[in-house]
Design a protein around this ligand. Structure first.
Ligand SMILES: Cc1ncc(COP(=O)(O)O)c(C=O)c1O
Length: 474
């Protein structure tokens, strides 16, 4: 364990504290801060360092009052001249993230810990040691047998001519036609291609909806999707917690409610039909928009996917879809079907801001859809999840209670916090990172584990489960 005053780091190996030269002569020097500098990057080293320390403060990893290493020690650890940490500290001092105490050193300033005082945020887990394999809820299984389809799509992009200027702000028309067809086929959602807006993912879609809404607070399920909470707070709005396990009957005073009805994130529950109707009725009474994040609905393996909530009221629901679960989160592609009265404002804003999705990515996704690649990888992944989900259940059911039906690429297990922490520590020892349910809670007090099974091989999953069970046995 590598320690700095005021806080403890997880064991650091590999990339932490390493200067990346961009060449083969990478040094493996350790530092007392989990930062990495890249000499090959165009950004000056001092700016890289101040940016990374700022992020550590924002993430709560560097807590208020923590003493930073002296500029001399940090320079020695990083193998840079002393002026690099000095510049970084000066910048952070000027921005108010750190304070200098003459004779004592540089400390994280009290104001730096919570950028928006008074705003309740979910707890952020500490950064993961880079050599741990993350068994998180967001990493899908991509069948390597379909790699040829992926390559074909990008070859097609390489020979296509990009538009000379900014493209259609709503997204490539042919892609919107293909998405309309797919939404009708897989989600029961009948919409015109011109009602679809291509985005950089579900979270980006939420950002576009927020930008078109009047000022006001937004409700989010608790426990819920942390990126949604951060996005809403980032738009300058406050968040109201909606208990994820009870029907929503009152949205008075809110402009929107963000929900995951097909597969509540992270509890896994499907919103019952009667609750869907109650939610929509509450939204109508309040004049609020319901933002439906339909992130992984294609991955039901027991029954057909539940139709989208948006099919019940297109005028009230903003539908968010993403390629992050079916193809890859790194693609950064998604789609939004907003209510008709927000569509014009969203598109008008995009004409001015050019915040559309990248043309090559859209073009590649169109090729992947036309080629049948997306259907194939979804079918393969569904088969893999259908086989892995019961394996996870067999291992954990003797010790914990499953929070929702088996679906998607993760399952959530209720158990006391101490047991969950013990299981996680045991998984870490074996080289795996598993999330705690408590980290998704704001006011809710649920505890347990969220175990993703998309991002590992079968063999890795077996080892991770054995380690979790070892930890649970105590
Ligand atoms: C609830 C939820 N929504 C959406 C996403 C994907 O978001 P994006 O499309 O921005 O990658 C995830 C990914 O883990 C998720 O868990």
């Amino acid at each position: 364990m590598c320690t700095i005053l005021g806080s403890e780091w997880p064991d650091v190996t590999g990339h932490f504290g390493t200067i990346h030269t961009g060449h083969s002569d990478r040094t493996n020097r350790m530092t007392t801060l989990p930062v990495q500098l890249d000499r090959a990057a165009p950004v000056p080293l001092g700016v890289q360092l101040s940016g990374q320390i700022r992020e550590l403060v924002l993430a709560g990893t560097l807590v208020r009052g923590a003493r930073l290493p002296s500029s001399r020690a940090l320079a020695a650890d990083l193998g840079v001249s002393r002026s690099v940490p000095e510049q970084a500290y000066e910048q952070l001092l000027a921005e108010g993230w750190v304070e200098a105490r003459p004779g004592s050193g540089t400390f994280v300033a009290p104001t730096g810990e919570h950028p928006s005082p008074g705003v309740r945020r979910p707890r952020h887990p500490k950064p993961v040691t880079p050599d741990l394999l993350r068994l998180d809820a967001g990493t899908p299984w991509i069948d390597p047998r379909h790699a040829a389809g992926w390559r074909r799509a990008w070859r097609e992009v390489s020979t296509a001519r990009p538009p000379r200027g900014y493209d259609d702000p709503r997204g490539i028309p042919e892609l919107r036609v293909a998405l309309a067809d797919r939404l009708g086929r897989t989600r029961g959602l009948a919409c015109d291609p011109d009602e679809i807006v291509v985005t950089n993912g579900a979270t980006d879609g939420l950002r576009h909806v927020l930008a078109a809404l009047p000022a006001g607070s937004v409700a989010v399920e608790d426990p819920g999707y942390r990126a949604a909470v951060e996005t809403i707070l980032g738009s300058g709005r406050s968040v109201r917690d909606l208990p994820a396990t009870t029907p929503v009957t009152d949205l008075a005073g809110l402009v929107a409610a963000y929900v995951t009805p097909a597969h509540q994130h992270p509890l896994g529950r499907v919103m019952p039909a009667v609750d869907r109707l109650t939610l929509l009725e509450s939204a109508r009474r309040a004049g609020a928009v319901v933002v439906e994040d339909d992130y992984d609905s294609e991955f039901r393996y027991d029954v057909a996917p539940v139709p989208a909530l948006a099919t019940l009221d297109r005028g009230r629901v903003a539908y968010l879809g993403t390629a992050s679960k079916s193809v890859a989160p790194s693609l950064r592609l998604g789609w939004l079907v907003p209510p008709a009265d927000l569509l014009g404002a969203i598109n008008a804003r995009r004409v001015v801001t050019h915040e559309g999705a990248s043309w090559p990515t859209q073009r590649a996704f169109l090729a992947l859809l036309r080629d049948g690649y997306v259907d194939k990888v979804v079918r393969s992944a569904r088969r893999v999840y259908a086989e892995r989900a019961p394996r996870v259940a067999d291992a954990l059911a003797p010790y914990a209670e499953l929070a929702g039906p088996l679906a998607g690429m993760y399952s959530t297990w209720l158990l006391p916090q101490a047991d969950a922490e013990r299981a996680r520590a045991s998984a870490r020892q074996a080289g795996f990172e598993v999330n705690l349910l408590a980290d998704y809670c704001r006011t809710a007090s649920l505890t347990g584990l969220v175990v993703g099974f998309g991002g590992a091989t079968d063999e890795q999953l077996d080892r991770a489960l054995a380690a979790l069970v070892n930890g649970l046995r105590g």
